[in-house]
Design a protein around this ligand. Structure first.
Ligand code: AQP
Length: 329
């Protein structure tokens, strides 16, 4: 069975963008692949987090939310990145095999550093930590949204470089898996930008735990255009195309079917239908989420995931550490 690995940072509350580019893919693949899902808490401190306790709270909430969305604890292995010290250790080795120039090309670094008052080194090197996250497990497939595709490419380059340098098949070369629909859900107030969990604009993102009343309000106030025809064209009609994409993911239909459904609708009808669909779906997820959050399931899943991941990671790390010359012989 092929191994698949993915993670979603606890850097904020999860959005429907994270659902489309991350969680939905796990639901689609967990039956067919050995699925490892981790909480990259070490990634979330690459930008300043004012309240560290909030990260811990979010970890618990995110796990409960994955399970409420349908992630099956009997099929996946779920763990917290910082509970497995081999990630940071391998990352250091990989950093010493990654040219500086390669990291300067990372688009996420350019975008995220532009928003920071002071840029810390971790923000620059975290793509290497992400490579370590993937390569430690010899993951063949890495489902992500478009924003993380470049980082998976970097992990491939690092793996190939290490394999060539040590003349051994040390690492499996990972492959990025983009969702067919919803690889980049856009900001509702500026549909030329990605919807992000760390947004400062309250109406720009729908959070998975938003009250259904607020969900309706956010969809109804989403920016569209001055035309009145509903069709899919991401360049000319980014706002409407984004709404059609959101509908397509949550109604589990193709973009073509979504376009057909709304071809004779006006924008108000389009928005009302999507608002109702999302409010219902998120409402159902939130009900399950509350039950899980108050149960012992979250800790049970995380304990078992920690044990499983440490076993695999330790073996891989020791092999690489030995090759680069660490320790005694
Ligand atoms: N807008 C999006 N559309 C589709 N997929 C998305 N993802 C993120 N935003 C969208 C995907 O969600 C997964 C988890 O992402 P992450 O939490 O590791 O970090 P991120 O990509 O940096 O997500 P955010 O929401 O933009 O977080 P912040 O604001 O903290 O940087 C990944 O698969 C990602 O592609």
């Amino acid at each position: 069975m092929k191994r698949l690995l993915t993670g979603l940072q606890p850097s904020g509350e999860l959005t429907i963008g994270n659902y489309c580019g991350g969680i939905k893919q796990i639901l689609d693949y967990q039956n067919d692949y050995e699925t490892i899902l981790f909480i990259p808490d070490m990634h979330s401190i690459t930008v300043r987090q004012e309240n560290p306790k909030l990260i811990q709270e979010r970890i618990r909430k995110h796990v409960a939310l994955y399970l409420a969305c349908g992630v099956d604890p009997n099929k996946i292995h779920l763990f917290i990145q910082s509970e497995n010290l081999y990630h940071a250790n391998l990352s250091w080795i990989l950093e010493c095999h990654t040219p500086y120039g390669e990291l300067t090309r990372m688009t996420q670094f350019k975008e995220k550093s532009a928003k920071q008052k002071e840029v810390y080194c971790g923000l620059f090197t975290y793509p290497v930590l992400m490579a370590a996250d993937i390569l430690l497990y010899d993951a063949e497939l890495v489902p992500t949204g478009i924003d993380q595709q470049q980082h998976v490419e970097l992990a491939r380059n690092i793996a190939e470089r290490m394999n060539n340098r040590y003349k051994k098949d040390l690492f499996t070369i990972p492959q990025c898996l983009l969702p067919k629909v919803g690889a980049k859900i856009k900001d509702l107030q500026d549909p030329t930008k990605k919807m992000s969990k760390s947004t400062d604009v309250p109406m720009s993102a729908i959070f998975m735990l938003d009250d259904p009343v607020l969900v309706r309000k956010k969809i109804m106030s989403a920016v569209t255009d001055s035309d009145s025809k509903v069709y899919f064209d991401e360049e000319k009609k980014p706002g409407v195309s984004n709404l059609l994409t959101i509908y397509s993911v949550f109604a589990e239909c193709s973009i073509n079917d979504a376009v057909k459904k709304f071809e004779n609708s006006n924008y108000k009808e389009l928005k009302t239908t999507i608002a109702e669909l999302l409010a219902t779906k998120l409402g159902e997820i939130q009900e399950k989420y509350q039950e899980i959050l108050n149960s012992t399931l979250v800790d049970e899943v995380l304990d078992s995931g920690r044990e499983y991941s440490n076993k695999i990671a330790e073996k891989k790390y020791r092999e690489i550490a030995h090759l680069v010359g660490f320790g005694r012989y």
